[in-house]
Design a protein around this ligand. Structure first.
Ligand code: 9WN
Length: 448
């Protein structure tokens, strides 16, 4: 397929209008679902990006979105990866998760029992910044909200420190690929190859494959057996956080989640200073950020300079070339020379500078890698939401030109107004879900 096969490019005003309509249409009143058909619930890291988009429309609605998520926080501090609505079209739903017996669960709403990357402080930062530019009333609203929920965010970060820094790497550990947000990334192939579903895995029927054009855009059935088997293991220990880490067959140190934790801890500390929150807690956050940043820098492979994950159960580094390798660029700490080298790798022909890409947006896996698969989910396609994350982090780090380029190329990718969940890198066609809320949200922010 050639670029000519692409749908039309909408003018900016029409694109923004359409993005707003997507968020409005996916709004149930108290939450914006991740997408209309494929994901009819609230996802933790989606909600953060969605709130950033909502801030361009209505600060009050943006704040309400995060309030809904934070109200589902578990009593130990964990923010669950899914807050379920009453919709039934997604599997695994709340019955399969079986969190109702976990003592830490919220009482008013059903949730999953794992978490997702801690990007929420970034959303609050962005909402406050946007609100300060719109009006005094908005600024007061956003700052009041930030002050009110700051403690909750602190407890979320403390939960990660308490329960998820479990080996000498100092990286944040995950117990399920879903916790990384990059479910079937080749990053997890090796650890998943060692997860052997028991013969007592209860039967199930996938729904996700019915909601996309082609099942080859989604994880495989073998992957799903493993995903579901891990849920059985988590249920087996009733989601008790220490037992989860001790028993899960999947226990991996995630360098990308660690970079986001470092970045978000710094952002939260900064907000804490602005809002005169508890000084000791602010100091703790700074320490956590520094430790996480160091861990990410130490995970970099000497040959490529790219950050790596670590299989904690088996004690080996996983150096598969995925966009997670660029984690140090999000949080800093690797040193100027290493960062410059990593930036040129990012812009180079193996990545965003690959000559055949429709838009110069970092693909989830290098098109030159053996395991690259241009249509399958986290195994090659481009994800606009990640382009936004890098562009925001780059702007914050003062890399204005790189940030602007990512924005421009992210908008090129999304200009047809379909708001794909992810995109085929060579043709730029949307894949997975369309009208995906977080894609609409980041487009709105880019267009502001
Ligand atoms: C499982 C909602 C979520 C995103 C994840 C993405 C996908 C779920 C799924 O959708 O994961 O959590 O069923 O595939 O991988 O990053 O948060 O958009």
């Amino acid at each position: 397929t050639t670029a000519e096969a692409r749908p039309k490019t909408l003018p900016t005003s029409a694109l923004a209008e359409r993005a707003a309509v997507v968020l409005r249409d996916n709004d149930t009143g108290s939450l914006v679902t991740a997408s209309p058909k494929l994901y009819p619930h609230m996802w933790s890291w989606d909600a953060a990006f969605i709130a950033i988009g909502l801030a361009q429309l209505d600060i009050g609605r943006a704040v309400a979105e995060l309030d809904t998520l934070l109200a589902a926080q578990w009593s130990d501090g964990m923010i669950p990866h899914i807050v379920f609505t009453s919709a039934t079209g997604y599997f695994p739903g709340p019955d399969r998760w079986g969190t109702d017996a976990a003592p830490q669960r919220p009482r008013h709403v059903r949730t999953s029992g794992i978490c997702q990357p801690p990007v929420h402080a970034i959303a609050i930062r962005r909402i406050v910044d946007v609100a300060r530019r719109t009006s005094r009333v908005d600024a007061a609203l956003a700052e009041g909200f930030a002050a009110r929920v700051w403690q909750r965010l602190y407890r979320w970060h403390r939960w990660i420190i308490r329960y998820r820094i479990v080996d000498a790497s100092g990286l944040v550990a995950i117990v399920h690929g879903w916790e990384s947000g990059m479910d079937n990334s080749p990053r997890w192939d090796e650890p998943y190859s060692r997860v052997v579903p028991g013969t007592n895995l209860p039967p199930y029927a996938r729904l996700d494959v019915l909601r996309v054009d082609d099942p080859a855009e989604r994880p495989s059935d073998d992957d799903y057996d493993r995903y579901l088997w891990l849920i059985e293991q988590l249920r087996g220990v009733n989601y008790e956080p220490e037992a989860v880490v001790n028993t899960s067959d999947f226990l991996v140190a995630d360098t990308f989640a660690t970079a986001l934790f470092a970045l978000a801890s710094d952002v939260l500390a900064e907000l804490g200073e602005e809002l005169a929150c508890d000084r000791d807690q602010v100091a703790e956050l700074r320490q956590w950020a520094a430790r996480a940043r160091r861990a990410v820098a130490l995970s970099c492979r000497p040959d490529t300079g790219m950050a790596a994950d670590r299989d904690i159960r088996y004690g080996n580094w996983i150096a598969t070339p995925t966009l997670a390798g660029f984690s140090p660029l999000l949080c800093g700490g690797a040193g100027d020379r290493a960062e410059a080298a990593l930036l040129s790798t990012l812009d180079g022909p193996d990545w965003s500078g690959h000559p055949d890409l429709f838009a110069a947006v970092v693909p989830s896996v290098s098109p030159c890698a053996r395991r690259f698969d241009q249509r399958r989910y986290w195994r090659g396609p481009q994800w606009p939401v990640l382009a936004w994350l890098f562009s925001w982090a780059f702007a914050r780090r003062g890399w204005t030109a790189q940030a602007a380029r990512l924005r421009e190329q992210g908008l090129r990718l999304t200009a047809d107004g379909s708001f794909g969940e992810y995109y085929e890198p060579f043709t730029g066609s949307p894949l997975g879900s369309t009208n995906q809320s977080w894609t609409a949200a980041v487009v709105l922010d880019w267009l502001a």
